[in-house]
Design a protein around this ligand. Sequence first.
Ligand code: GDP
Ligand code: IMO
Ligand code: MG
Length: 427
Amino acid sequence: MSTLVVVGAQWGDEGKGKVIDFLAQKADVVVRYQGGNNAGHTVKVGEEVYKLHLIPSGILYENTLCVVGNGVVIDPEVILQEIKHLNDRGIDTSNLKISDRCHVIMPYHSTMDELEEERKGRSQIGTTKRGIGPCYMDKTERVGIRICDFMDEDIFKEKLAANLEIKNAVLQKIYKKEPIDFERTYKAYRHYAEELRPYVADTTVVLSNAIKEGRKILFEGAQGTLLDNDFGTYPYVTSSHPVSGGACTGSGVGPTCIDGVVGVVKAYTTRVGKGPFPTELTDELGDMMRERGYEFGTTTGRPRRCGWLDAVVVRYAVRINGLDGIAITKLDILDSFEKIKICVGYEYEGKVITDFPASLKVLEKCKPVYEEMDGWMEDISGITSYQDLPDNARKYLQRIEEVCGVYISIVSVGPGRKQTMILKDLI
Ligand code: GDP
Ligand code: IMO
Ligand code: MG
């Protein structure tokens, strides 16, 4: 396959960064297509650990072109810091291209995100407070500032003034807060614009040329299917489209140019922030998963909620994304569990349902129906071939394939590049 979309099949943090970095060994281009610095993708190379928020996880390869597509929202200060951090660690970022159609996260977006979460109190979403939702709101409202507008001194001035007029009125009247100063913001952001200018391009042309030349392209999803604005557990979702369809609208590449889609699935389930989570474990088993898997948010440091693998969720992700295969990550974290459970359906009003429901009212009443399997109780983090995995680990993987209705293409047993088994070549 020449073009492959990699999506999160659960609630994010499935290990997309690790999988992308691994697959990027063979790729020419890696493209982020949605989200912003709410994402935190961790890549481990040798003893070095990189936490990427906006820059595609292909950046660690010298010759890989990294594209931030139009569907991404960009906080200029954050991306500039990320570039600097990478440069300071000897990573070249001259191969980075940022779409001139990306929307810019402005300080009022992050402020509003925070204030709105505070106002919602107990019914808050548990956002990352990075201004993601408010920025996408402005995009759909048609008042947002795109990178191409941001690069133009006059247009930026005009749009900033128009936005601040209304945002400041809301800040003062609704939230009883201080207004945001025009001059100070304009000056700081003009400076960021000039620093970003060398990276800005019409990335639709860059990608179209790469496709014509037969280059291998990876599309890197952020967040996950269950956080998608349409298909996730709405309203406990993000404001973009992490699903595979988002790769087209978020990068300007037509569906006929996509050759395959792979979903990243953690061997158990985690979720950060609020919202339904049928297989959540609030007991010591959940604590064990969190501790063994070091399940703390890459972006916010919040403890992640943990639970058993939910095959209803993964099956749903297979359908919504049209998955050709899945990459199972963090199998090693289950090494010391004597018994392992898979949720194969939900019991709802005396019946078993197997399709993920839209209504949260229904979902809240769903009780997981589990199958229990024996664990393998040995360290698998050094195993490099599928055949060498313990019998019970292979049985678990085979059962995942059966109940999720999808083939496993990759198995990951550690954060490092070498801790990866390929069952089927993807790119
Ligand atoms: P992403 O947002 O989907 O890229 O995932 P995160 O980076 O937020 O979280 C995944 C975490 O698990 C990171 O710290 C990775 O280094 C780590 N990781 C990925 N795959 C594996 C694996 O197979 N085993 C272990 N132990 N850690 C892994
Ligand atoms: P990666 O790419 C896990 C969650 C937040 C919150 C909801 C909305 O690392 O997998 P937002 O700030 O986007 O408005 O928050 O979405 N969320 C993530 N959870 N991984 C992520 O990204 C996430 N990005 C957002 O915790 O529940
Ligand atoms: Mg993450």
